[in-house]
Structure formats: structure tokens, C-alpha cells
Write a protein that binds this ligand. Structure first.
Ligand code: DGL
Length: 270
């Protein structure tokens, strides 16, 4: 038996977005225990500089390791693009990141025109640009747009559908002009407004969600290192936040992962 097998898996995001990944992990690996941090004091990550995001991600990962995590899931495209390589160099435990589902999108697109909606940071990041270079054979088949402000609207409990529509419409029009039939949501927050996004397109588009494949990757990495929990009983979920507003996190966690406990406020500093 590996002495760490019953330790928790640390999962984090700048806010509620990573709960979609946590939910998929719980479905796939229900016997594991999870420690989730919503780093809301630093949200959104997407409008910060490289070095600010990188330093913050390293602080959050260090905190999770100090709390005994056996593996880390960076449930945020922006944080992954900024710091997954550095974290893998610094820390010896398995670190799983997320990236926009561009490969599956390109594979299934009939029109060979796909869209990506993500944070400005992710779209401009070197990691994402290399993926585009690799996959964009016709040099105009991928339309990737950064959508500043959408994370904030999703984090706020009082956002109206009119506000969402007003923010999203120019992006949808640009995707329609490009003729896309498949859309990869490159920010873990955006899945919470997938229906609203889909409804704004005149013709149906296929929306790609990668949370299940991330959960399978977590399983594969834990298995390879003999770190899967050997208990049969259900594991636990502990929710932590660096922010002040716990309501949205509690409500979404209740809806998505049937979480009924309290959210614990924490401070993550050097
Ligand atoms: N959920 C994060 C992502 O996937 C949001 C980033 C942000 O805070 O801007 O990119």
C-alpha cells in the first residue's frame, strides 16, 4: 500500500469554474477525497500578467501540498497555460492541467471551422498558440477569441441573461461570420453558461466539454503512480476559498457535487 494513497487530491481555480472538473472527478473517482480552492481573492486570473499568475499558482499549489495533497489538478486553463510546466519542474507529485478542447473540436468539425472562447490570457499564451499552429492546417480554420468580463459575470450571483447576451453577442457574431460548427470552451467557468452561449447561435454548434477526459487523465496518472485510493467508501470534499463571498461557491457546489457543508475561508500567502 502506498502511504499517500488516502491523501486528498488538490483541485483549484480562480473561482467556481473548476467545480465542473471536480464534479467529473467525483463521478469517475468517488472514493477519492478532494480539497478544492476557489482562489477568488485573485480572480480573474485572465487579466493578470504572466509573472503574477505564475507566482500565484505556485503559492496555491504549495499550499495544497502543505495540506497533504497527493496530486494537483489545475482546474483552470489560464493557470495551466501560465504555470503548469514550472509547477512540474518544482514539485514531484502528479500535476494535471487543462487546456481548450481544440483537438477534439478540429476532429469532429464538419465545416473544418472551429471556434475557441477563452480568457484573453489563454488565447494569447504561448502554450495555446503552439496548439493552434499544430492544428490549424488551413491557417484560418480556428477562430480563437478572448472574452474579458465573462468570468466576472459568471462569478456574480446577480447576473441577468440580458447582461450575458450583451457581452456574448459580438463574439457569437464573429464566430458565425467565420462559419464555425464546433466551439471549444477554453475556460472552466464557461461551461456554466453553455446553454446561454448555444442559444445565441442561429444554427446549432457542437460545444466541446473536456471535463470527463480530464477526470480520466487524473485516474490514469494516479494509477501509474500507485496512488489511487484503495477504499471502497465514498471520499470527502472540502471547499476552501480565499475570497469573501461564499454564496456562489456554496450554491454551485451544492448543485454540481451535492455539497452540503461549509466553505472555509483561507489565506494563501508566501
Ligand atoms: N476558470 C479559469 C480558466 O479556465 C478562469 C480564469 C480567470 O480567472 O480568468 O481559465
Amino acid at each position: 500500500m502506498n502511504p499517500y494513497e488516502n491523501a486528498p487530491i488538490g483541485v483549484f481555480d480562480s473561482g467556481v469554474g473548476g467545480l465542473s472538473i471536480l464534479s467529473a472527478c467525483l463521478n469517475n473517482l468517488p472514493s477519492e477525497s478532494y480539497l478544492y480552492i476557489a482562489d477568488s481573492a485573485y480572480a480573474p486570473y485572465g487579466d493578470k500578467t504572466d509573472s503574477v499568475i505564475r507566482d500565484r499558482v505556485i503559492q496555491v499549489v504549495s499550499y495544497l501540498i502543505e495540506r497533504g495533497a497527493k496530486a494537483i489538478v489545475i482546474a483552470c486553463n489560464t493557470a495551466t497555460a501560465a504555470a503548469v510546466h514550472e509547477c512540474r519542474e518544482l514539485f514531484a507529485l502528479p500535476i494535471i492541467g487543462v487546456e481548450p478542447g481544440l483537438k477534439p473540436a478540429v476532429k469532429i468539425s464538419q465545416s473544418k471551422r472551429v471556434g475557441v472562447l477563452a480568457t484573453q490570457y489563454t488565447v494569447e499564451s504561448q502554450k495555446f498558440q503552439s496548439l493552434v499552429m499544430q492544428l490549424d492546417q488551413q491557417s484560418d480554420s480556428i477562430t480563437a477569441l478572448g472574452c474579458p468580463g465573462l468570468v466576472e459575470l459568471i462569478e456574480s450571483q446577480h447576473t441577468t441573461s440580458q447582461e450575458l447576451e450583451a457581452l456574448l453577442t459580438p463574439y457569437i457574431e464573429q464566430f458565425e461570420r467565420a462559419g464555425i460548427d464546433t466551439l471549444a470552451l477554453g475556460c472552466t467557468h464557461y461551461g456554466f453558461v453553455e446553454k446561454e452561449i448555444s442559444a445565441l447561435f442561429r444554427d446549432p454548434v457542437k460545444v466541446i466539454d473536456t471535463s470527463t477526459s480530464i477526470a480520466l487523465e487524473v485516474e490514469r496518472r494516479l494509477k501509474a503512480m500507485n496512488l489511487l485510493s484503495s477504499t471502497r467508501a465514498n471520499g470527502s470534499v472540502e471547499l476552501l476559498t480565499t475570497g469573501k463571498d461564499r454564496e456562489v461557491l456554496c450554491a454551485l457546489a451544492n448543485r454540481l457535487v451535492h455539497f452540503e457543508g461549509d466553505v472555509t475561508p483561507i489565506e494563501v500567502s508566501k
